[in-house]
Design a protein around this ligand. Structure first.
Ligand code: ATP
Length: 482
């Protein structure tokens, strides 16, 4: 399945809406830009991905525990973390169209154009120059680079640019009823700081010994300037983050360990390794001594889905400094106190949902026995994270078939998410389940009354086989194991 064009993304967006995965937020009021709601099947998919991540991190690692910290935090947190001073993107405005762009996005888009024109060397040089200038925060140099390459605004077509400025991405609001600066608080731009400020609470209460990790999932907010590509870049989104606390000096080996471990997690979903690649950061965030993105080949090209960051002791040291509270750990092995170093794994849950939708969506051409062709839209969602695992479909609405089907539904619903439907032809019902990614359907027919067998139909191969009613749950459970 190769999906490289924007057309493909538009099809996925339309499909996600039609089949209850994702809706534009406040759509009846014409929507809110870069904010989305998850529908009946989208919310199940999102929950299943979150649960799988949570299980992989906590249940599967004896030395990782979870927390659920608040979105609002004491505002000094963001001074200590560096977000107030540094969490910003360089922006440029086109004076004619009045459109604002992230400088790196504008240049990257131009590089993509060069690539399409087979000017590979030029594209590579441009991106390299950009990364070097970004690393040095050289805004004049970036502006010169834009001018030198004659990069124009996609809307106005002109190169009438303002100087480049920094723009902080944090949303702020007021705590309580008085609106003055002292009450200004922020919506967290990452979940990680809730973990850092609770480092000692967790370490002591759960009796953790280094190396150990703290995992958390939750909402984060960023006032993204260029919000595009559906749920890839949102202003309100969900992160799944894990901070792994280690002895200083061991960061290189743990960084490599988590790089491998996290890629393995992605591959465990059954997605081809060729769809992934690592991208090392040249410009490091203010807290990192090494950073890499795990990129996925989305319909719009390879883009970041997860970041792995070696954060040193930056966060804990700064929280210690700003709070005047000791945040050191006593290491019984080394017999000394120190501030641990940290390796972070940070993945966007919404980007992960888009990844699964992109991976799964297929318009399949089916050749019929009489040589005519038909198409079906099928979502090849990995069975264990599919919104619905089993659809239970009586062939007709009468002759006692619905009763048998309801009994099966009542048994199976205890084990996994099922769906019952008796309306429409069986062909139409199969197609609807294919479109929401249900991996298995069973059909109850007249023969079932005689032999206590039903037809099991597989989504991907469309193969069918007869199985005993008594073994349905066991057979499906076997397929749902990772
Ligand atoms: P980008 O370069 O795409 O802006 P980032 O490097 O700022 O991302 P991180 O701060 O490393 O992202 O955040 C960790 C993860 O959170 C990202 O890998 C991504 O999956 C997710 N994420 C970040 N920003 C957004 C957003 N605006 N919408 C959806 N997911 C996001």
């Amino acid at each position: 399945m190769s999906m490289t064009d924007d057309n493909q993304l538009q099809k996925i967006i339309a499909h996600a809406k039609e089949y209850g995965f994702i809706f534009q937020s406040s759509e009846i009021y014409d929507g809110l830009s870069a904010v989305y709601d998850y529908g009946p099947y989208g919310s199940e998919l999102k929950k299943n991905i979150r649960d799988y991540w949570w299980k992989s991190m906590t249940q599967m690692h004896n030395n990782i525990v979870g927390i659920d910290a608040a979105i609002f935090m004491q505002p000094t947190t963001w001074k200590a973390s560096g977000h107030l001073a540094n969490f910003s993107d360089p922006l440029i405005d086109n004076k004619d169209s009045k459109k604002r762009y992230r400088v790196d996005h504008l240049i990257e888009q131009f590089a993509e154009k060069l690539e399409k024109n087979n000017e590979h060397e030029e594209a590579r040089t441009l991106l390299h120059e950009m990364e070097e200038l970004l690393k040095q925060d050289d805004f004049d140099g970036l502006k010169t680079l834009i001018e030198k390459n004659k990069i124009t605004c996609p809307i106005s077509g002109t190169a009438n640019w303002t100087p480049i400025r920094q723009f902080n991405l944090m949303f702020s609001t007021q705590l309580g009823s008085v609106s003055d600066e002292a009450n200004e608080i922020y919506l967290r731009p990452e979940t990680a700081q809730g973990i850092f400020v609770n480092f000692l609470n967790v370490q002591k209460s759960a009796r953790m010994k280094i190396p150990f990790g703290i995992a958390q999932t939750g909402k984060a907010f960023r006032n993204e300037i260029v919000a595009r590509q559906f749920i890839f870049r949102m202003r309100e989104f969900e992160q799944m983050e894990m901070q792994f606390f280690i002895q200083p000096g061991t960061q290189k080996e743990w960084y490599e360990y988590w790089k491998k471990e996290r890629l393995q997690w992605h591959l465990s979903l059954g997605i081809e390794a060729t769809k992934y690649r690592f991208h090392d950061h040249v410009k490091l965030a203010h807290y990192a001594d090494a950073a890499v993105d795990i990129e996925y080949d989305f319909p719009f090209g390879f883009k970041e889905v997860e970041g792995i960051h070696s954060r040193t002791d930056f966060d804990l040291s700064n929280h210690q400094k700003f709070s005047n509270k000791k945040l050191t750990y006593f290491d019984p092995e080394l017999n000394k106190h120190y501030i641990p170093y940290v390796i972070e794994t940070s993945i966007g849950l919404d980007r992960m949902c888009l990844l699964i939708l992109s991976h799964s969506y297929e318009e399949e051409i089916l050749k019929k026995e009489d040589d005519s062709v038909d198409t079906r839209t099928v979502m090849h969602i990995p069975p264990f994270i599919a919104p619905i695992k089993l659809a239970i479909l009586p062939l007709t609405k009468k002759d006692g078939l619905p009763e048998i089907a309801r009994d099966i539904f009542d048994t199976c619903k205890q084990e996994f998410r099922c769906f019952y439907e008796e309306k429409d032809t069986i062909g139409k019902r199969y197609r609807r389940q294919d479109a929401i990614g249900t991996p298995f359907c069973i059909t109850i027919d007249h023969q079932s009354k005689e032999d206590q067998m039903v037809t099991l139909r597989y989504r991907d191969s469309m193969k069918q086989e007869r199985i005993p009613i008594s073994s349905i749950t066991q057979i499906i459970q076997n397929y749902l194991r990772v």
